[in-house]
Design a protein around this ligand. Structure first.
Ligand code: AMP
Length: 364
């Protein structure tokens, strides 16, 4: 089967690496060169909104999926006229726009921080009246890894936040003093079958995911069940096919949905070494119409992102229980260059492996 992937970053790279053992072949649409998928399949090097290139990309493919959700809607719709595209253009539209996403959460009864759209400076005052302070002002589109958001701790910081963002359409949401951040990843097949990975605990630094511990320690069965119910409701409402991730804030006993990602997710990278079937393989199984694989974890696992600069490879490889995954990207501040997965019998052992890797990270 020939699988087309929109985007040629590390997620595309890891999808291809998981798909070759299943006998799949890959073609990517990626504007940039070099790209992490170079050498892993044919790369159509063109802009996402170039219709001729999109048609050329689609030629001879059996299915198209993406690893990058900010693909223009017109591209997803054009591809849908030519061949099956999973997840659908409609699901992509919901996940691309924070207002559509939060509105979907509300309709499905999924608790989420109080929010209000902001279409002008005057609206911002109205939104503050509705949401209260402290709050977080976010761009409605193209936000990721904490980009496109500004904290408003109190009334004297409103102007600063307004000027920090590029302008409307924006969304204001209540700041949540969360206990911790969790996420859940699941996959839904073309036949509607769904598998869930366990809730994981995520630590962010500077708005970027830093570490994941899987399964999240001290999660109640009720929280796992609640998170699965929310993910299932979203998948079923969108007719979703593929991997969907839902990021959550835990505040005391409450779980609040922050955002969803309609693709394989950084907080699911641990599944490469810590689960019977990785999120990458399950995404491919889903979009290709195959049976989904067992998501059960082997013991405990963890993941540490390598951001901006890399530790010495030999030193990481010398740590028992650590597995290195590099993306073949040039180091640049704030750039995700790779990650290390760790496996252990308990969260303490996993943390101590990740601590040893962390000690190898270059300063800065
Ligand atoms: P996002 O781009 O929405 O995933 O936000 C990136 C990170 O910013 C989250 O993982 C949180 O650490 C933080 N954050 C976003 N929204 C809120 C909020 N409403 N309250 C508290 N922290 C937030």
């Amino acid at each position: 089967m020939n699988v087309g992937i929109l985007g040629g970053g590390q997620l595309g790279r890891m999808l291809a690496l998981a798909g070759y053992p299943l006998g799949l072949r890959f073609r990517f649409l990626e504007p940039q060169s070099p790209a992490p998928v170079d050498g892993l399949g044919e790369v159509v090097r063109a802009a996402y909104d170039d219709p001729d290139a999109v048609r050329r990309f689609a030629q001879g493919l059996d299915v198209v999926t993406y690893e990058f959700e900010n693909v223009p809607d017109s591209t997803a719709r054009l591809l849908e006229e030519l061949l099956p595209v999973y997840p659908s253009a409609a699901a992509l539209r919901t996940a691309q726009d924070r207002l559509a996403e939060k509105t979907a959460f509300e309709h499905l009864g999924i608790p989420t921080p109080v929010f209000h759209p902001v279409d002008s400076r005057d609206h911002l005052e109205e939104a503050i009246g509705h949401v209260g302070l402290p709050a977080v002002l976010k761009t409605r589109r193209l936000g990721y890894d904490g980009k496109g958001q500004a904290m408003i701790p109190g009334p004297t910081q409103v102007e600063e936040a307004w000027t920090a963002l590029a302008g409307p359409p924006l969304l204001l949401e209540r700041f949540i003093p969360f206990t911790r951040e969790l996420s859940i990843v699941g996959a839904r097949g073309t036949d509607g079958d769904i598998v869930f990975y366990p809730l994981v605990e995520n630590e962010h630094r500077g708005g970027i995911l830093y570490r994941t511990i899987a399964p999240a320690p001290l999660v109640s069965a009720a929280h796992q069940e609640q998170a699965q119910r929310h993910l299932r409701a979203l998948m079923e409402a969108m007719g979703f096919v593929g991997v969907l991730a839902l990021e959550l804030f835990q505040k005391g006993d409450e779980l609040l949905a922050n955002e969803m990602a309609p693709r394989v997710h950084n907080s699911g990278h641990w599944t490469q070494d810590g689960a019977r079937t990785s999120q990458f393989e399950n995404h491919l199984r889903a979009v290709c119409g195959f049976a989904l694989g067992d998501p059960a974890p082997h013991g405990y696992a963890g993941m540490l992102n390598l951001i901006g600069a890399l530790p010495a490879r030999e030193a990481v490889l010398a740590i028992p229980g650590a597995r290195l995954h590099l993306y073949d990207k040039e180091p640049r501040p704030g750039r995700k260059l790779g990650h290390v997965n760790a496996s252990g019998a308990d969260p303490g052992e996993v943390r101590s492996i990740l601590d040893r890797v962390e000690a190898l990270l270059p300063e800065g």
